[in-house]
Design a protein around this ligand. Structure first.
Ligand SMILES: [Zn+2]
Length: 322
């Protein structure tokens, strides 16, 4: 391939060809159109890169020259080769999917366990708050009992100095009432104590669950670490191989179709074999004539039902050990 000179050099070549009057135009570049037309035609390079050179003549004619790049000069891969490379790419991509899936579930599980752990801790905190409140209620019932007892004591003393039966009876009624109050308070205390016992049992249960979760979390985190360490290198290698295969296929449209199909396919398969006269991806039947076309490798043929690219079994088997 002929090496094209960089822009500056090109400009100099032009300068040599041009007359002195024209030289100014070239140096100024942008002012070319406004200047008086030169007698001889000169060319100015507007764009020049690996793929194309755009030249503008002094007469305003724009010329586009496409370079013969390695891409266009290299013999195009045959459909057969493209399919095979794509098939190999599929295998690599599936392996990468597998690695990511193993790793992908574990972090999610760990997150779930951590959420559960936090939830459990919050619940224990709430149980403890409840217990504190119940203890306050018990203390208040105790005060009620003390007050009732004090009242009873006072009424009993008053009974010693009553003037008649009626007064005595009235005080007895008061004493009875206070005794009832004490009974009610004792009932409440019992109820609160039972609730406290219940909450304490729940806390114990939750504590056990917390310990279990801690162990599970530790285990899963260690497992994830191992997986990441194990698969990181493999994944990198697979990604590199995938990159090489993509370069080999070197058909942007085919590759973007491949990526698109892979994304929408639940199993991540974009290129499939024919299995028992059916698409290996969605299992819809393929008519015999279409199967023949697929085996001819004259063009890329996709499944009419699911859009996956077909590759025939024989082609895969013939190259399996390459
Ligand atoms: Zn299909």
């Amino acid at each position: 391939m002929k090496k094209v000179a960089p822009k500056k050099v090109k400009t100099k070549q032009v300068e040599e060809e041009a007359t002195q009057e024209e030289e100014i135009q070239v140096v100024e570049e942008k002012g070319v159109e406004q200047k008086k037309a030169p007698k001889t035609t000169t060319k100015e390079t507007i764009i020049e890169d690996d793929e194309v050179t755009v030249e503008k003549s002094s007469e305003g004619v724009i010329e586009v020259k496409k370079h013969e790049t390695s891409q266009s000069t290299a013999e195009e891969l045959s459909i057969e080769q493209k399919l095979l490379s794509l098939y190999n790419l599929q295998k690599i991509c599936s392996k990468i999917d597998d690695i990511r899936m193993i790793r992908g579930e574990l972090p999610e599980e760990i997150r779930d366990n951590e959420d559960e752990y936090e939830g459990m801790r919050t619940r224990i905190g709430k149980y403890n708050d409840d217990i504190n409140n119940l203890n306050l209620k018990i203390a208040s019932e105790n005060t009620n009992i003390e007050e009732a007892n004090a009242a009873i004591k006072k009424y009993e003393e008053q009974q010693n100095s009553v003037r008649n039966n009626r007064e005595y009876e009235a005080l007895s009624k008061e004493i009875e009432f206070q005794q009832l109050q004490i009974q009610v308070a004792e009932k409440h205390k019992e109820k609160h104590a039972a609730e406290i016992a219940d909450k304490k049992a729940k806390i114990e249960e939750a504590d056990e669950k917390l310990k279990e979760l801690e162990e599970i979390l530790e285990q899963k985190k260690a497992e994830l670490e191992v997986i990441v360490a194990d698969t990181e290198k493999e994944e990198k290698e697979l990604l590199a191989t995938a990159g090489e295969l993509r370069e080999k296929v070197s058909d942007t449209r085919l590759l973007s179709a491949f990526d698109r199909i892979r994304k929408s396919a639940h199993n991540g398969l974009a290129i499939v074999r024919i299995e028992r006269d059916a698409c290996g991806g969605c299992f819809s039947k393929i008519p015999p004539q279409r199967q023949l076309d697929i085996c001819l490798h004259k063009k890329i043929i996709v499944c009419e039902a699911c859009g996956r690219i077909f590759i025939d079994d024989k082609l895969v088997k013939d190259h399996e050990n390459e």
